[in-house]
Design a protein around this ligand. Sequence first.
Ligand SMILES: Nc1ncnc2c1ncn2[C@@H]1O[C@H](COP(=O)(O)OP(=O)(O)OP(=O)(O)O)[C@@H](O)[C@H]1O
Length: 324
Amino acid sequence: MPNIEDFSHIISAVAGARASGLKIADGAVSLMLDVSGLNADARTQMEADVRSAVERAGATSVRIMLTAERITPRLIAVASGKGGVGKSTLSTNLAIAMARAGRSVGLVDADIYGPSQPRLMGVEGVKPEAEGKNMIPVMGAGGVPFLSMGQLVNPGQAIAWRGPMAGNALSQLVDAKWGDVRDIVVDMPPGTGDIQLSMIQKHKPVGAVIISTPQDLALIDATRAISFFDTAKVPIIGLVENMAGYLCPHCGEMSDPFGSGGAEAAAKELGIPFLGRIPLDIKIRMASDAGNPPALDEGPISDAYAAIARQVSAWMDAPQAAPA
Ligand SMILES: Nc1ncnc2c1ncn2[C@@H]1O[C@H](COP(=O)(O)OP(=O)(O)OP(=O)(O)O)[C@@H](O)[C@H]1O
């Protein structure tokens, strides 16, 4: 029978620093497993992995107590200098790709000008319920819980809002019953005006992902968005290039209607990380419009979102994203 040190090694090979309180009595092993920040599937998987490793090593019985710290979700802002560059599409697919990697992540659609997430998440017309004063997020595509400005007001109504109203509306979404959600991807309204400032002053994101198309004019707007977050002291996680390169579905030739590589060059010049590029592909628009986010699929598009999600997740796991 292995001793307590052997079991400790076996368990930490599977669960890293998440295991604690290991005890052994007559071959019966008990321990605690901190599953904070993991979604339900990842929790079940980790528990099962630890259990089978301990059983394989010869334990007569295994008792695992799952614990999770109560957490206030951290916000990841997805922002762009101007509209129409694919910010909402990226927000949805980033959240889904992070969830597919086992993270406990939610999505908030704070774009008061054109809340499009209910459609992208396949839950158009679904109204969230409330528990007391708090809203309960609805379950969107990929099992990602989500709330949208579009669920608070009728389309078009919010456009006349001023900063404080937008800030208060965002509070309703962010202060909802998020359960064990650790990180919330926030689809910001495009631009860098008072509305956006009020929102981030009220609910400071831990970091911002900026999205741009590759052409010069869009990059100038992206640069403005970057300095906006700099001024607000919100660190930039990195820049994503969207609609980079068009693969012709008929002849298979790759062309660059908006140029290509502009965002990567701009990121280098600005000294911020480049997180990756998403091609211009009609399949992205069609799948999104049908409420089937492409990040849920298999293939190169989904891989591109997963690669961006990995970098954002790594940034969130590093010390700079830890709560003060
Ligand atoms: N890589 C892509 N390839 C093809 N179509 C895309 C791509 N990214 C986004 N789109 C499409 O472009 C349109 C605009 O995208 P999206 O709504 O995500 O942009 P946005 O920046 O959030 O816009 P808004 O500022 O209006 O909210 C949508 O029809 C979307 O399906």
